[in-house]
Design a protein. Structure first.
Length: 115
């Protein structure tokens, strides 16, 4: 199982970023995918999740209305569109899949929101 995140960077408050997570080594189209984030000194928290067909999504209250999770099963990729970014969104963002009793994580991508 391999998850590779990309798309992070430095952005000003109010700006946007789109994160991508390319997956391999498992049946992507049958797997629920999630994005988590971890700020310095804090726990890793769930940001958003998406069902296998993309029709079901859920979000942390702190990002509802600003972030959108989506997936492309043909490309085996899950995305996180982040709009109206705030300094408190600064964190390392991780892609996640849970398979047969084990969590798998990508290496993470840093998102920094600062003026």
């Amino acid at each position: 199982v391999q998850l590779v995140e990309s798309g992070g960077g430095l952005v000003q408050p109010g700006g946007s970023l789109r994160l991508s997570c390319a997956a391999s080594g498992f049946t992507f189209s049958r797997s629920v995918m999630r994005w988590y984030r971890q700020a310095p000194g804090k726990e890793r928290d769930l940001v958003a999740g998406i069902g296998v067909g993309g029709g079901f999504t859920n979000y942390a209250d702190s990002v509802k209305g600003r972030f959108t999770i989506s997936r492309d099963n043909a490309k085996k990729t899950v995305y996180l569109q982040m709009n109206s970014l705030k300094p408190e969104d600064t964190a390392v963002y991780y892609c996640n899949v849970w398979l047969t009793g084990q969590d798998y994580w990508g290496q993470g991508t840093q998102v920094t929101v600062s003026s």
